[in-house]
Design a binder for this molecule. Sequence first.
Ligand code: ADP
Length: 167
Amino acid sequence: MEETLKNKIAVYPGSFDPITNGHVDLIERGLRIFDRVIIAVAPSLNKSPFFTLEERVDLIRKVIGQNPRIEIDVIDGLLVAYIKKKKAAAVIRGLRAVSDFEYEFQLALMNRKMDPNFEAVFLMPSERYTYLSSSIIKEVAKFGGSLKDMVPAVVEKELKKKMNKER
Ligand code: ADP
């Protein structure tokens, strides 16, 4: 009992294609509630990601740095199975606007159908990140707009480098 009380783990799953300041904001909020946060990067098979899985993990590592309370991992199967394996208490997901709600609601209910113990904690980002998404970031980068305050500097650099290579 003591052990579980002291070590509440949350899994933060997502595509992170790429990690944005909105994701970072959520991770920081997660750390205020949980003892450890596992960032679980999904291969995202049906979204044809811009960055490869390795590149996405590498960017997160560069942004997060060394933090004993944060683990970065790749999720290879069902989320409910992963949560059990990691002995996590809940999943963290973000709610930016009402538009996120429907999808998140469906996802959470599907996960709970597979595992009645499934719990999700929905966190609201700071107001200045509510309009941020990885897809919008990629659009802005494609047309050469500034990504200052939206993504960490290393992410902006890698985005521009990869965009130029693909031209
Ligand atoms: P997915 O493909 O699983 O939606 P994302 O990387 O796009 O992966 O998002 C992972 C989670 O982070 C989702 O719950 C999403 O709502 C949340 N999220 C993404 N961007 C933001 C943001 N700017 N503010 C708050 N939450 C966010």
